[in-house]
Design a protein around this ligand. Sequence first.
Ligand code: NAG
Ligand code: NAG
Ligand code: NAG
Ligand code: NAG
Ligand code: NAG
Ligand code: NAG
Length: 643
Amino acid sequence: MGPSGLVCALLLAACCCCRRAAGVPGEAEPPTPEPLEVEVGGTALLKCGPSHSPGNFSHVDWFSVHKEKPTLIFRVRKGQGQSEPGEYQHRLSLLDRGTTLALAHVTPHDERIFLCQGKRPQSQEHRIQLRVYKAPEEPTIQINPLGISVNSEEPEEVATCVGRNGYPVPQVIWYKNGRPLKEEKKRVHIQSSQIVESSGLYTLQSVLKAQLVKEDKDAQFYCELNYRLPSGNHMKESREVVVPVFYPAEKVWLEVEPVGVLKEGDRVEIRCLADGNPPPHFTISKQNPSTQEMEEKATEDNGVLVLESARKEHSGLYQCQGLDLETMASLPSEQQELLVNYVSDVRVSPAAPESREGGSLALTCEAESNRALEFQWLREKTGQVLEKGPVLRLHNLQRDAGGGYRCVASVPGVPGLNRTQLVRVAIFGSPWMTSKERKMWVKENTVLNLSCEASGHPRPSISWSVDGTAHEQDQDPQSVLSVLNVLVTPELLETGAECVASNFLGRNTTTIFLELVRLTTDSNRTTGPSTSTVGPYTRANSTSTEKKLPEPESKGVAIVAVTVCVLVLAVLGAVLYFFYKKGKLPCGRSGKQEITLPPSRKSEFVVEVKSDKLPEEMGLLQGSTGDKRAPGDQGEKYIDLRH
Ligand SMILES: *[C@@H]1O[C@H](CO)[C@@H](O)[C@H](O)[C@H]1NC(C)=O
Ligand SMILES: *[C@@H]1O[C@H](CO)[C@@H](O)[C@H](O)[C@H]1NC(C)=O
Ligand SMILES: *[C@@H]1O[C@H](CO)[C@@H](O)[C@H](O)[C@H]1NC(C)=O
Ligand SMILES: *[C@@H]1O[C@H](CO)[C@@H](O)[C@H](O)[C@H]1NC(C)=O
Ligand SMILES: *[C@@H]1O[C@H](CO)[C@@H](O)[C@H](O)[C@H]1NC(C)=O
Ligand SMILES: *[C@@H]1O[C@H](CO)[C@@H](O)[C@H](O)[C@H]1NC(C)=O
């Protein structure tokens, strides 16, 4: 009931009053009832006549009128109320000194006329029209999941709106993009229906049917329920929904990802797009450069061609074709040019450049590209740029000019597009040894590896002065490494191992000296570095090829010998020293001895720990493969005896 309805009801009520005031006796027509509005679940206060009217309510009968038939529901006698058996038996009570009958827990079924009658029926009858209201629940909305085709001839179901448990039936209004929709012939059709629940409440269902156009693909639809309560008019809105709209494509086009310049090796995606929903079935074709025909390309996804690593052959004209599966209409895109920039393999001439020392070389670099190329020459070892341009000229070549040179061909306009070629320059020269003479600390009867590296052009070959198994490895075109696997014998300790490298331009040698590792047990008895570790296994100087090599003795013998020697030395002092110098006492070579010479003698017998040479020696020791020193061994202390 709208506001106009309410005004009308009030007018009617006023009319009724007038009539009663006029008091037409004997009139059969019942007076117009007084309206009373209550919410479901609330309490209706039924007053037997206008509140100001004087009257005697101590004797009243109350009736409910259903289908024009009054049923006694309550009686008041001497101010005391009593319910009649029936549907109202437990919900009625008397208030305000008997002037008001309260009806609790109002339901939709209570929407009827109530009538009260005093002692004199004609004058004291009063009718009340009870009106019941209930707000519906929040409306729910459901789209048509199948969607709507714009080609449909008739309005099709867009969505269904449901508002549950309202009273009376609420009104529904449909909205599209915030604007109310009106019935329109052949375009908008709203079908509403309601069902009565057992509670007497209504559940409303409203179906919106409409003819949609392509522009409605993003349209927001919702429904609104309007209803009345005693407090006034109210409304509730559903959420907004978008319904799938199907429309044929009008345009097909092609996109390439990434955008911008492409180069070989890039991952490229060619994608077909169309403005239809659903998208049409796509085919991608590429022009065959020799026949000019468009040839279809196989794709995994509909309308997506992925070039995992683009090549220059992928350049060319591409086109998409969209096939509408409903209408079977085919729609082509415009042709689009794809350009994959490339640089060919880089060639350097001469491929294996060589020169004598002091000579010159010109290295020329070549490559092809669809774009202008830039060339650069770099030194492989250092990365230093030597030349910007395709030709590198090298003059007065020395040995150290040998090695790798790299030509880089790049396209300035395409970042990251470049190819390179490495070329090795060889300078003719006799062998050079990578390491000079050196010394290794070894144990007897062990097998060890001696290594020797030499460079030169042509690449030298290596031979050894001692027997053993040698393995050669080519390090690079100008150098070779030879590893000799030998058993440490007294002879080897005596001579050392000489490595000889030779090519037709000459030969070069280096020697590896072997020194026995001494295992000391009496180190605590030493008094200081100047007198300790004096042993026979030293040589006069590090570059001499002549040296005194120790005789092999076992460790046990060495210990005994040391003890004996210490005693003998203590007694014989200088004499022993004399003999020792002459090398005639074997004990002197087999172990270590305390030197307890008088200071005068000591000065003559200079014992010097060459601590400055220590790190160098240690470095050599660590570098050698066959050498395993006992921890704490003082054999590493190198002693030079000068006389
Ligand atoms: C009301 O009516 C009853 C009986 O009809 C009577 O007994 C009572 O006195 C009256 N009361 C008044 C206030 O007139
Ligand atoms: C060559 O290309 C690589 C990537 O392919 C890039 O990292 C490098 O910077 C490029 N070099 C030049 C000189 O353009
Ligand atoms: C032998 O090699 C060394 C470098 O280890 C070099 O300095 C020397 O000149 C070379 N000798 C000859 C004769 O080539
Ligand atoms: C010597 O070298 C060979 C191979 O070159 C290797 O198998 C062997 O283990 C090495 N021996 C030592 C003692 O390092
Ligand atoms: C050498 O001296 C250290 C302490 O300086 C001691 O711990 C060690 O036992 C001694 N070794 C021998 C063999 O006397
Ligand atoms: C080694 O001895 C030789 C002669 O025996 C001498 O010419 C050379 O200078 C000495 N070298 C050192 C490093 O003492």
